[in-house]
Write a protein that binds this ligand. Structure first.
Ligand code: PMP
Length: 359
């Protein structure tokens, strides 16, 4: 029996995708072995790779002057790779917005290679909101501008896309494919797969092609977007199973109506939960109303001595992984694309019942 899974990542995958993978596991496409056991350069796998790219291009309407990269090292690999790939030109500094733990990790990494200018920070209110653009201190000559559109731990989502002078770089790990995005406003978009794309072990990068020649000269080969782009993301052996499963998720997304359908569904799911939280004195959301994430919904119980019981009983009710991140405590429900509306309905019903019994 599959339960409702609210894990922040690795997260729920669509059940039809898992079933297809299961059916094809031993004998994939009549090849006589699994997709994991064939060469990444075989014609069969090449088709998987090409279709995954094309489906992602279709879903996000990626313009032709952008390269789609399937990368390793997760999103962490990418926020480490960004300064290597973009600080080799004339401009040696970068702008960053500090909105929480993922932004902070990216900032720390960039500081090792260049000057980092913190354009705005939400630290003053414990990272509970997305800073408004009117208070920014953008630098005149940054190589790029980095932000985290959705902070997975804090549950803070930008309600707008920053308009900036330098190429805009976005960590979309926990928001990609949950709504349409104007890709042409960005220089580089990246995302670890294990939330809205597929299993962990692969990351997606979408880079504007004029940014492929800005790398530091001594960039490690494995971090270079140019090497990845020139080698069709196969400069070394890629994580073929994760790539294949991501491709199945893209096809599933298309069949669901694409990112437009996901945008409508994610609003419906998150509103259901936020409306319930706002009506209750027993639970509350720590995030500013205009910055509340559609993907990750942190909430707290007014009496935190009930946290343990809440987690135990929710688990028993078939609602998995509601514990907040270890650094912040409380609860968090992640509502990625593969989490159905029924899961959120079941969660709200459980929460109402728990409140009745303990309030
Ligand atoms: N950025 C964000 C916004 C994330 O949510 C995560 C993972 N939770 C990461 C970066 C790090 O991803 P990875 O573990 O793939 O390196």
């Amino acid at each position: 029996m599959r339960k409702f899974n609210f894990c922040a990542g690795p997260a729920a995958l669509p059940e039809p995708v898992l079933r297809q993978a299961q059916e094809e596991l031993l004998d994939w496409q009549g090849v006589g072995c699994s997709v994991m056991e064939v060469s990444h350069r075989s014609p069969e796998f090449t088709t998987v790779a090409e279709e995954a790219e094309q489906d992602l291009r279709d879903l996000l309407r990626i313009p032709d002057n952008y390269r789609v990269l399937f990368l390793q090292g997760g999103a962490t690999g990418q926020f480490s790779a960004i300064p290597w790939n973009l600080l080799g030109g004339e401009r040696k500094s970068a702008d960053y917005i500090h909105t929480g733990q993922w932004a902070e990790k990216a900032i720390k990494e960039a500081r090792r290679y260049g000057t980092v200018n913190i354009v705005a920070s939400s630290e003053d209110r414990n990272f509970s909101y997305a800073p408004a653009a009117d208070a920014w201190q953008e630098s005149p000559d940054a190589a790029y501008f980095h932000y985290t559109p959705n902070e997975t731990i804090g549950g803070v989502e930008f309600p707008y896309i920053p308009e900036v002078r330098s190429p805009l770089v976005a960590d979309m790990s926990s928001t990609i494919l949950s709504q349409p995005i104007p890709v042409d406003k960005f220089g580089f978009i990246y995302a670890g797969a294990q939330k809205n794309i597929g299993p962990s072990g692969i990351a997606v990068g979408i880079v504007r092609d004029d940014l492929l020649d800005q790398a530091l000269p001594n960039i490690p080969r494995s971090l270079s977007w140019k090497v990845a782009a020139d080698g069709q993301s196969m400069d070394n052996t890629p994580p073929t199973f994760a790539w294949y499963l991501s491709g199945l998720v893209f096809k599933w997304l298309k069949a669901q109506g694409g990112v437009e359908a996901m945008a409508a569904l994610s609003l419906q799911k998150s509103r259901l939960l936020y409306d319930f939280l706002d009506r209750s004195d027993f639970y509350s959301s720590p995030v500013a109303v205009d910055s509340r994430s559609r993907m990750n919904v942190p909430f707290v119980l007014a009496d935190d001595s009930l946290d343990k019981r809440f987690l135990k009983e929710s688990e028993e009710a078939g609602l998995l992984a509601l514990k907040g991140h270890r650094s912040v405590g409380g609860m968090r429900a992640s509502l990625y694309n593969a989490v159905p509306l029924e899961a959120v309905e079941a969660l709200v019903a459980f929460m109402a019942d728990f409140e009745r019994r303990n309030g």
